[in-house]
Design a binder for this molecule. Sequence first.
Ligand SMILES: CC(C)(COP(=O)(O)OP(=O)(O)OC[C@H]1O[C@@H](n2cnc3c(N)ncnc32)[C@H](O)[C@@H]1OP(=O)(O)O)[C@@H](O)C(=O)NCCC(=O)NCCS
Length: 382
Amino acid sequence: MGDELIEVPAGLRKVVVTTTELGDVHGDEGFYHYREYSAIDLAQARTFEDVWFLMFEGHLPAQAERDAFVAELTPLRALPAELRPVLPAIALAGPRFNPLAGLRTALSLLGASRNLLPLWDTDTAQHRADAKLICAVTPTILAALYRIRAGLEPLEPRADLDSAANWLYLISGAVPDPKRARAVEQYLIATVDHGFNASTFTARVVASAGADVVSAIAGAIGTFSGPLHGGAPDRALEGLDEIGSVDKVDDWVREKVENGDRIMGFGHAVYTTDDPRSLMLRDIARDIGGDLVEFATTVEQRVVEILAELKPGRQLYANVEFYAGVVMELCGIPRALFTPTFAVSRVVGWCANILEQAAGGKIIRPSARYVGPTPPQPVPAG
Ligand SMILES: CC(C)(COP(=O)(O)OP(=O)(O)OC[C@H]1O[C@@H](n2cnc3c(N)ncnc32)[C@H](O)[C@@H]1OP(=O)(O)O)[C@@H](O)C(=O)NCCC(=O)NCCS
């Protein structure tokens, strides 16, 4: 290839940059899948651990494989001893609690102390071991940071609880009721992976350079912390709070859009129809029931209608974040942990992508078209 550049659409929309066996999103059909299965079907029928196994190993586990996998994960969930002395400094840093920054920091320290080596220098078995550790320990670290910031003692995971129930237990110290634990589990399954989104791409770029798993995850978390990507479920719920009552929806939406603001929890970069995750979460929310659910469904309907009027042809619907916020609120997850809950599941998807990237792939190295003053200009004397 010579020096000529190939122009692609802004944001790399629809540009294929690699192949994957992990899954895909069909935006026009409102469908996405993990490997050969509909992600929503998996969320209806399987456990989080089964889907985690599927993403890492390529097939759903048989009973013996499931038992072995769960037995392997249990000790990896423990709060790492080397993090205990520093977690308070991380959790209490800054004027506001920033759990994703805390997670990045804690994982970086863990990676250094456990001597996680570059993917380039280690074999496939080690890649998997590193990835499992990071996925298993992520909820424990996040919940510990939350509890320390709230003035509470961090908790150790319980071997008798699965990933979803453990997540709720680690936050509150109470064993959740099965309905709420299952609601959270379905949310976790539905958000494990979602095509070549910005954080997944980031993880793959870092992995493509042969760096270690933690570096790739830290990069992904950074991308994910942006409100246009993973940071909206709490903001979506804040929108509901701001609206307050059904009669105020229209004015609120119109004012926002006229001011050039986005309605959080609506619109999607890939879906041009209903986001299937939003539909599933709406059903879960309705199953739990209550005033908040009634209000949210009314607001959703009105927002979609008004956006269709004010932004004709843009096809803006509720995205995963709108009902995710509602479901998490109903399950007692504090708002500060809404986006981190998304990270608890997505870390599995990031890691599956890192494993796939490490198994063979070229370093990702695109180009930019230079549009500044013509070089070389004479350097002014200092
Ligand atoms: C998710 C998101 C970033 C996707 O953006 P995108 O596909 O790049 O869409 P664009 O930014 O090109 O927007 C297309 C048009 O729809 C409008 N639009 C998109 N999402 C909107 C929203 N939530 N509220 C109001 N208008 C919206 C844009 O203003 C733009 O209008 P214009 O053509 O008049 O300029 C965007 O929909 C958004 O900001 N949503 C709110 C944040 C959110 O919920 N994030 C979580 C995503 S899972």
